[in-house]
Design a protein around this ligand. Structure first.
Ligand SMILES: [Zn+2]
Length: 132
């Protein structure tokens, strides 16, 4: 137990977290209009189709915005401060929030990043680090 909360697995996010457990960053894909988006949509946000499946993202993106957290929101993060919460724009155009490794001293808007998966109890959490 890390002491950190883990996401509740629901029908809405099950395929996403089955993917992260396998080292895959899965995006929802609309078979009607080819849009890609995050898992939290039962219908395509572009055309409202329910003909959805999944694609595996490259795991690469860039930092669009970020903040450095100095005061831990919970005791479980006390050893991690300072840490980074960032808005990442994936190569596929989808945005997601995640942590970026490190104390944030070298993080900048536009910095290329790549996904990695943090094991937290029984769930794999998508996190990011500077691309090599
Ligand atoms: Zn669509």
């Amino acid at each position: 137990m890390s002491g950190k909360p883990v996401p509740e697995i629901t029908e809405m996010n099950r395929a996403f977290f089955e993917g992260t457990a396998r080292g895959e960053l899965r995006l929802r894909h609309c078979r009607s209009c080819d849009a890609v988006f995050r898992f939290a949509h039962p219908l395509c946000p572009d055309c409202w189709s329910d003909a959805l499946d999944h694609v595996v993202a490259s795991g690469k993106g860039t930092v669009e915005s970020f903040t450095i957290v100095h005061m831990p929101p919970y005791e479980a993060w006390a050893a991690d401060v300072p840490y980074v919460i960032a808005l990442i724009k994936l190569e596929e155009g989808v945005r997601m929030m995640a942590n970026i490794d490190g104390d944030g001293a070298d993080v900048a808007v536009g910095m290329p990043v790549e996904v990695w998966f943090e094991r937290r109890d029984d769930v794999a959490i998508a996190q990011f680090r500077r691309s090599k």
